[in-house]
Design a protein around this ligand. Structure first.
Ligand code: PBG
Length: 324
């Protein structure tokens, strides 16, 4: 059974036919928009390597969050740029912290938008690592209670979902336990389960001022060469109580997204990270790529690979382009 009986081009003849047989339907309903919150009022500073993305104070976050909601995007994820940094990331736990205040402000504004908070230490430590340092190393177990307290403070401020991105072993369990102890058993955990040690985080580190001051993150983030290990990471996080899992970055790890999707029956997300965004923006500015076309193709590809949820800085543009 082959040509000329079979002619796949028959189903590509018109937009109506192509639409009828389309396998993947990209919509704004799976997108999450990342935002960077800083201290102050009326602050809105563009990140130079991420055109269109800003560091902004809580009042400005509320305004943009309103726009995000009106575009049909279901949620945002908040990253904090604190007033002060220290070796243990103390400013990450404060009820007056930047993320906590922005979360409260969004809640007060009565938006329906989901507020997801990134749980990690790197933005809050003076050394820029995702955990505390003991004997020159990033100490796993000593970091867990700080992460759990940070997640608790986000829940108290009104976060719907907490998203640990630090890659310490056991942090999902530690966070679940503390949330449950304080009657936040309904706050969900989106775990960055398979987070790779990636060069694509470069622009984020400018945006979040979180570049490690010594060494790198290879002792806790995953080796880009490993895919089977991602399944183990996901399995452990699910056992510890993660409700949803993330693969990060997205484009170089589509195989990992697919394998996680096939192996586990939980919502799977992918983080289309800062460097992936910056590449597209830079090429589009030079006129080398058609931005709309490649962004929708990239997001479609990530969804086709198996992601139900996509965290992306393109979310607002994509939502506009996808409007029926
Ligand atoms: C760590 C964290 C990072 C990102 C999200 N959370 C960066 C890192 O590990 O250095 C990167 C996101 C992006 O590049 O868009 N808290």
């Amino acid at each position: 059974m082959s040509f000329p009986t079979h002619r796949p081009r028959r189903l590509r003849r018109s937009e109506a036919l192509r639409d009828l047989v389309r396998e993947t339907r990209l919509t704004a309903s799976g997108l999450i928009y990342p935002m960077f919150v800083c201290p102050g009022i009326k602050v809105r500073q563009e990140v130079s390597s991420m055109p269109g993305i800003h560091q902004q104070s809580a009042d400005q976050i509320v305004e943009e969050a309103r726009e995000v909601e009106s575009l049909g995007i279901p949620g945002i994820i908040l990253f904090g740029l604190p007033e002060s940094k220290d070796p243990r990331g103390a400013s990450s736990l404060s009820a007056q912290g930047v993320v906590q205040r922005a979360t409260e402000a969004i809640r007060k504004a009565k938006l329906k938008l989901l507020v997801i908070t990134d749980v990690c230490l790197c933005e809050y430590t003076d050394h820029g690592h995702c955990g505390v340092i003991e004997n020159g190393e990033v100490a796993n177990d000593a970091t867990l209670s700080i992460l759990a307290q940070q997640a608790l403070s986000h829940a108290r401020a009104g976060a719907d979902v907490v998203a640990p991105s630090d890659m310490m072993d056991g942090r999902v369990g530690a966070i679940r336990e503390v949330l449950d102890e304080h009657k936040f058993e309904n706050i969900a955990i989106l775990s960055y389960a398979a987070k790779y040690s990636s060069g694509f985080y470069g622009p984020f580190r400018e945006a979040a001022q979180s570049t490690p001051q010594f060494g790198d993150r290879r002792s806790y983030q995953m080796d880009p060469a490993n895919a089977r290990e991602a399944l183990k990471e996901v399995e452990l996080d699910l056992e510890e109580g993660a409700d949803m899992v993330l693969v990060k970055p997205a484009m170089p790890y589509l195989d990992v997204i697919r394998r996680v999707r096939d192996a586990f029956d939980v919502p799977v997300g992918a983080y289309n990270v800062s460097g992936e965004y910056a590449m597209v923006k830079a090429a589009a500015q030079k006129g080398w790529l058609d931005e709309k076309r490649v962004v929708l193709e990239i997001l479609m590809g990530i969804q086709r690979a198996g992601a139900d949820i996509i965290l992306t800085y393109h979310a607002k543009d994509a939502a506009r382009w996808l409007k029926p």
